[in-house]
Design a protein around this ligand. Structure first.
Ligand code: BTN
Length: 320
């Protein structure tokens, strides 16, 4: 309802309560109540006794009505659950994905202004203050669980593209899922899934982008290796536009993946790679392997040429 009111308020300078009530088929009191709700979320709406309501300021909030206005995807982000604050968008997305039968569609988005218990890979915490983009997308791909790495890689490509389109900033991908600018982390991806035998039941792709965050806000231990888009570009970045662009790119690459044409995504991933060609150490849990990152294979695994010349295929790990 508030979305409909905003639509009319954007079209004209002033719209009377009477016209709004007529168009939306509700009472003028109900319109007034909705206007108060909009004001409470940060919209500035002035009213004139004779002319009606006038929208004078839209907050930079990731509200569903703002994201969906001008969103040109077919199904990613058609349904959005918005939270000013929650523990973790991935947690809520996983709960929702379990209720697929109750109408939680593929492409449903969970988005928050702030996470109080954001999750990173390998059980780490993910610092998520106001000013960033913290979102999770629910997918139900008819693919084998081995596709999970490819979903993470294609998400990274979508993020790099969206950042470039919206800010002109070039970023790089550190295998498998860190997005870096000037060697510092600006974005992370956490992909979680549930599968039955050889088919995925659901996937939750969580992505966090440090957008309009001041460096001094980051916890001290990660300050040195973290950066935000605002810090690189020197100005605030429009978060709504970045979310819309990311969702568009994400849907595009996901469609390619579902057509099993991953090689074209991989080609782009390699273009943006920070890892390939470098001598690296990969922590794979039980041990650390060192060598040169020579390739990523069609499954999304990293191919490492060890010091003895032998090739190792690494499906999951942390590059240091
Ligand atoms: C990492 O690099 O360790 C992955 C970070 C993923 C963070 C995002 S923010 C949105 C979503 N919800 C979470 O709790 N985590 C992911």
């Amino acid at each position: 309802m508030t979305g409909d009111i905003l639509k009319f308020l954007r079209e004209k300078e002033y719209v009377s309560g009477e016209v709004l009530a007529h168009k939306l088929n509700i009472s003028r009191v109900a319109i007034w109540k909705q206007i108060q709700r909009l004001k409470a979320t940060g919209y500035k709406i002035i009213s004139d006794q004779n002319l009606g309501y006038c929208l004078v300021f839209r907050p930079d909030l990731l509200l569903p009505q703002e994201i969906q206005r001008g969103l040109s995807t077919n199904y990613i982000g058609k349904e959005i659950y918005y939270f000013p604050e929650l523990k973790s968008t991935n947690i809520i997305a996983k709960e929702k994905a379990l209720h697929r039968a109750e109408g939680i569609e593929e492409g449903t988005l969970i988005i928050a202004e702030r996470q109080s218990a954001g999750k990173g890979r390998l059980g780490r915490k993910w610092f998520s203050p106001v000013g960033g983009i913290w979102l999770s997308v629910i997918l139900y791909p008819q693919l084998s669980p081995s596709y999970i790495s490819r979903i993470t890689l294609m998400t990274a490509v979508a993020a790099v593209k969206a950042i470039k389109i919206c800010t002109q900033i070039k970023s790089q991908i550190k295998w498998p899922n860190d997005i870096l600018i000037n060697e510092k982390k600006v974005c992370g991806i956490l992909t979680e899934m549930s599968a039955e035998l050889d088919i995925i039941s659901w996937v939750v792709v969580g992505i966090g982008i440090n957008v309009n965050i001041d460096h001094r806000e980051f916890p001290e231990d990660i300050q040195e290796n973290t950066i935000s888009l605002k810090e690189v570009s020197g100005k605030e970045v429009l978060r709504v536009k970045l979310v819309q662009t990311f969702l568009k790119e994400f849907e595009k690459y996901y469609e390619i993946l579902k057509r099993r044409e991953f090689s074209s995504v991989l080609k782009e991933w390699k273009l943006y790679s920070h890892t390939l060609g470098k001598k690296i150490r990969v922590d794979i849990g039980e041990r650390i392997i060192t060598g040169e990152a020579v390739d990523i294979n069609e499954e999304g695994a990293l191919i490492l040429k060890k010091e003895d010349g032998e090739l190792a295929e690494i499906i999951s790990g942390t590059v240091t």
